[in-house]
Design a protein around this ligand. Structure first.
Ligand code: FES
Length: 357
């Protein structure tokens, strides 16, 4: 192989290429960026030291995002590297002529502001809550609201110890947004405080111990989706000790840059989940370029405010709201606060919130 030509790879484009593949067919992804048949090789790499990367589709209709910037470490697929090549996350002008024509929608009688493609913004206060012991429960994202992969429940725990909550053989990522106390996961106890993520493994259960003061507020993302919680009479003693660390707080050392945005993973394989990823993100005063994801996503706005945009509708978002984003739905989140907007997202199935197209 010859020395690699300097100046390569050439950036074919700053986002990946979506493809639905044919089972058993082998695709030759262009790694040099010179091909005129992007994202596939046309032989232009000869003499450059670059070679195409082959991938054989495992399933009919397998949906992939082939890297377009040629800087991915997960070749031939996108790993979000394109977000960091221009120094800042690609933004959009909220005051462009096209964006000024976008209509602002407000919540319907169920408390949801519906955007294009089944995306919606909801305030938990508007959800119909039921109670069990000292725990109130609202279902915010579910099959009835259009979700196919993940559901989200909102719990408020008053003083004392809550009933035991389980979700069967599902992965559960909890987000504590207010209050401090303890959580018991299948016999193991952990301290919790605001802006911490908690991971519950399939088959485990949990309960919240609130020593007093205000309510402990918790969002539970359940994957795959569940219609309602289960209420085991007793706490199971089945804590999976292979994954002893379950509560993850904010640690600026663990922030990852995505252009001029940042995110920190709270729940992923490091705490035991191979299928669910929970992250906390910081968004500066800006509107992202409209984009899509291959995963279903839920967001909880922690601080700040702005708008969630889809093709021709937008809705206000502010602290405490949740957002549901179906797979492949075009969207763009705008932060309108000089101090930034902070959110926690759960993607499922997926492991990299930086991958977009
Ligand atoms: S043309 Fe780019 S790898 Fe073949």
């Amino acid at each position: 192989m010859s020395e690699k030509a300097s100046g390569l790879p050439r950036i074919a484009r700053y986002k990946p290429y979506y493809q639905a593949l044919e089972k058993g067919r082998t695709y030759r992804w262009c790694s040099c960026g010179l091909s005129s048949r992007q994202p596939f090789c046309d032989g232009s790499h000869r003499g450059t030291g670059y070679e195409p990367v082959s991938y054989t589709a495992r399933e009919q209709g397998e949906e992939v995002l082939f890297c377009g910037c040629k800087h991915s470490a997960a070749q031939p697929f996108c790993d979000g590297a394109h977000n960091n090549l221009k120094g800042e996350y690609e933004s959009d002008d909220p005051n462009s002529a096209a964006n000024r024509a976008v209509r602002l929608v407000s919540a319907d009688k169920d408390g949801r502001a519906w955007l294009n493609g089944g995306c919606y913004v909801q305030s938990p206060a508007s959800g119909g809550a039921s109670t069990r012991g000292n725990l109130s429960v609202s279902s915010l994202i579910n099959a009835d609201s259009g979700a196919r992969f993940q559901s989200q429940f909102y719990f408020e725990a008053g003083g004392g110890t809550s009933p035991v909550v389980g979700f069967g053989r599902r992965d559960v990522a909890l987000l504590v947004t207010a209050g401090s106390g303890r959580i018991e996961i299948s016999g193991r106890r952990f301290a919790i405080e605001p802006e911490t993520g908690v991971y519950i493994r399939p088959g485990e259960a949990f309960r919240i111990d609130n020593p007093g003061g205000g309510a402990i507020k918790v969002f539970a993302s359940v994957c795959p989706l569940a219609h309602s919680p289960e209420w085991p009479a007793l706490m199971p003693e089945n804590f999976d000790a292979r994954f002893p660390e379950r509560v993850v707080g904010i640690d600026r050392e663990n922030r990852q840059a995505m252009g001029n945005r940042f995110f920190q993973i709270l729940v992923d394989s490091a705490v035991g989940s191979d299928v669910v990823t929970q992250f906390i993100g910081e968004i500066p005063l800006s509107k992202a370029l409209p984009h899509r994801h291959l995963y279903e996503e839920s967001l909880v706005i922690l601080r700040g405010s702005g708008y969630m945009w889809t093709q021709d509708l937008k809705a206000k978002v502010s602290a405490g709201d949740i957002v549901f984003l179906p797979r492949k739905q075009q969207h763009s989140l705008e932060c309108t606060d000089a101090g930034g907007l902070y959110l926690v997202g759960v993607i499922y199935p997926g492991n990299n919130p930086a991958v977009n197209y």
